[in-house]
Design a protein around this ligand. Structure first.
Ligand code: FES
Length: 288
């Protein structure tokens, strides 16, 4: 729930996402679709989507209409029209409605869609994080539904069991430098107070982060969450916990070792999470 003060301002940063009105909406009751043929659409929503038929002409619409129920409090209202049905607004071909299912429901929906002859291949599978699956289905008038599931794999902590990994020498890093490592999927950052190693797996849903030096941030291409050098989310739409860290040690000669098989969860950044380069500085003559 988002709370607003007398001037309509909100302290909840979720409400600052997007460009929409700052209305305290806490849910919705129904979706309404124009359709050309109510019987044809009833068959689709009943037999393919699995909606309950609540009744016809229960709503004061100009055309014949049919109210259908999902297995939530939400309803779908179909209204038959004489004019052409336009499922997308012009230049907005990606407009769709997303339905989230449990893993069991998703499997059942796959079987049902296939049995009715629908193509359920996900042509964007390569852009999804681990554990997220999706399929698109279109109603007889072209309205698009994205049916999605997120399995426990999506938020499971990932380790590759590769053992401790060399991550260069403190001499290789200037303050502010960020280096990304493929084996073990970790990142090393040098800050003013020392070094820290982050897991590259996004804490939202295990997308793999990229460092974007031009924006001074880590970016997850899956759903767009961004993190600063402290590993804290700087995203206004999704609130996620900070990046997980790995133990990092510095030998007397300045060589850095990271153990990506050990994962440390954090609630926030703290200077004490940094490993200072001090010992190595002293050992190498203080020129690092
Ligand atoms: S997996 Fe969703 S933003 Fe990273």
């Amino acid at each position: 729930m988002v709370h607003f003060d007398a001037k309509g301002r909100s302290s909840d940063r979720l409400s600052r996402g997007g460009n929409g009105p700052k209305a305290p909406i806490s849910g919705f009751s129904h979706l309404m679709f124009e359709v050309k043929d109510l019987d044809r659409s009833e068959a689709f929503y009943r037999d393919v989507i699995g909606c309950d038929v609540i009744g016809r002409n229960l709503v004061n619409e100009v055309g014949p209409n049919l109210l259908m129920g999902l297995n939530t409090i939400h309803r779908i209202l179909l209204v038959q029209v004489d004019h052409e049905v336009v499922p997308f607004r012009p230049n907005s071909s990606s407009i769709h409605h997303a339905l989230f299912l449990t893993p069991e429901q998703f499997k059942a929906a796959q079987e049902r869609f296939k049995a009715h002859g629908y193509d359920i291949d996900d042509n964007r599978a390569q852009f999804r994080p681990r554990g997220e699956y999706s399929m698109d289905i279109f109603d007889p008038d072209g309205h698009r539904y994205q049916v999605q599931v997120r399995t426990p794999e999506a938020t499971a902590v990932i380790v590759e069991n590769v053992g401790p990994q060399p991550a260069g020498n403190v001499r290789d890093y200037a303050v502010g430098d960020v280096k990304s490592f493929v084996k073990g999927k970790f990142i090393v950052v040098r800050m003013g107070g020392g070094f820290i190693a982050y897991s590259r797996w996004c804490t939202h849903m295990n997308g793999l982060l990229k460092w974007e030096p031009e924006h001074w941030r880590f970016y997850c291409p899956m759903h767009g969450v961004t993190y600063n050098r402290k590993g804290e989310s700087i995203d206004f739409c999704r609130q996620v916990v900070p990046l997980r860290t790995h133990p990092l040690s510095i030998a007397n000669d300045g060589s850095i070792t990271v153990d990506p098989d050990k994962v440390i969860h954090r609630e926030a950044f703290d200077e004490e999470q940094l490993t200072p380069a001090g010992t190595a500085v002293a050992a190498t003559g203080g020129t690092i």
